[in-house]
Design a protein around this ligand. Structure first.
Ligand code: FPP
Length: 253
C-alpha cells in the first residue's frame, strides 16, 4: 500500500465496516528460522510475539472473532521433536498469556480434535478457556489438531446418528442445521482469510466457513507479522466489492 505510510494505515480503516471474523493461517515459521540458520522451533517461538501483537491489534480496532490455525491434523506427521516442542510452546504460551487475554477482554476458545492433544496441553487450555469465558471484547479461537475435512466428517456423522435414532429427519438437514454441527457453531463465518509466507492455499482450513471469504495473501513470514499487517489486510479487504453471487448493480439498489 504505497500511498500510505505504515503508521497511518489504521486511520484508513472504516471502523463501521470491519469484518466481524478474521481467520489466519500463520505460515512461514520454519522458513523464517532456516533463513537465519536456526532450528524450525526458533521460528515457532518467535511466532508467539506475532500472535500477541495480532490479538492486541484485533482488540484495538474491534474485531470480534479471530481464529488462528495453530496446529493442523497433518502437523502430527512432523518430526516428533518438532511436535513436542510445539505442544510445549503452546502450554507455556497459554500459561504466560492468560493475563494478557484477561487485560484485553479476550475469550479463549479452541476447535479441533482436542482429544489428541497431550493431557497437560488440554488441561491448560481448558483452564484458560474457563478463566476467560466471561470476556466479551473478542473471541480468540485456536484451531488445534484441526482440519476442515475432519470437522465436516464429524458433523455428517453426528447428523447421521440423529437420523438413525429418529430424532431428525433427513429432509430437515439444510445449511443451517449442518453449520450448527460444525466446531464453529455460534460464530459468524470469517469475511477475511489471511495467509502469511507467500503460499496461496487454504490447506484444509475452515472449508465450509470460508465459502464467501475474501482471501488475502502476504509475503511476510508469520514471526514478522504485526498488527499493522492486520490493519493493511483489513484496509485491502474494505476496498473489495463483496457480491455473494449477485451483480454490482443489484448491490447498489
Ligand atoms: C506454520 O509455520 C506454523 C505452525 C505450524 C505453528 C504455529 C504456531 C505458532 C505461531 C506458535 C504459537 C502459537 C500459539 C497460538 C500460542 P511452518 O512451520 O509451517 O513454516 P514453514 O512453512 O516455513 O515450514
Amino acid at each position: 500500500m504505497p500511498q500510505y505510510k505504515r503508521m497511518d494505515i489504521k486511520e484508513t480503516i472504516n471502523m463501521a465496516q470491519l469484518p466481524q471474523h478474521v481467520a489466519i493461517i500463520m505460515d512461514g515459521n520454519g522458513r523464517w528460522a532456516k533463513e537465519r540458520g536456526k532450528l524450525r522451533v526458533f521460528g515457532h517461538q518467535n511466532g508467539v510475539a506475532a500472535v500477541r501483537d495480532t490479538v492486541e491489534g484485533a482488540v484495538e480496532i474491534g474485531i470480534k472473532f479471530l481464529t488462528l490455525y495453530a496446529f493442523s491434523t497433518e502437523n502430527w506427521n512432523r518430526p516428533k521433536l518438532e511436535v513436542s516442542a510445539l505442544m510445549e510452546l503452546l502450554v507455556n504460551t497459554i500459561n504466560k498469556e492468560t493475563k494478557t487475554l484477561m487485560e484485553n477482554g479476550v475469550k479463549l476458545h479452541a476447535i479441533g480434535d482436542l482429544g489428541k492433544l497431550p493431557d497437560k496441553c488440554r488441561s491448560r487450555l481448558q483452564e484458560a478457556m474457563e478463566k476467560t469465558a466471561g470476556n466479551t471484547n473478542c473471541t480468540l479461537t485456536l484451531a488445534l489438531s484441526y482440519s476442515a475435512r475432519w470437522e465436516i466428517t464429524e458433523a455428517a456423522r453426528q447428523l447421521a446418528r440423529q437420523v438413525q435414532a429418529g430424532t431428525l429427519s433427513a429432509d430437515e438437514i439444510d445449511e443451517t442445521t449442518f453449520a450448527q454441527h460444525l466446531a464453529t457453531r455460534g460464530m459468524p463465518d470469517p469475511e477475511l482469510l489471511i495467509r502469511t509466507s507467500g503460499e496461496q492455499r487454504i490447506s484444509n482450513y475452515l472449508l465450509w466457513q470460508l465459502a464467501y471469504a475474501e482471501l488475502y495473501f502476504t509475503e511476510k513470514m508469520w514471526p514478522e507479522f504485526r498488527r499493522t499487517d492486520l490493519f493493511e489486510a483489513i484496509a485491502d479487504y474494505q476496498k473489495r466489492e463483496r457480491r455473494f453471487g449477485l451483480t454490482s448493480e443489484q448491490l447498489t439498489k
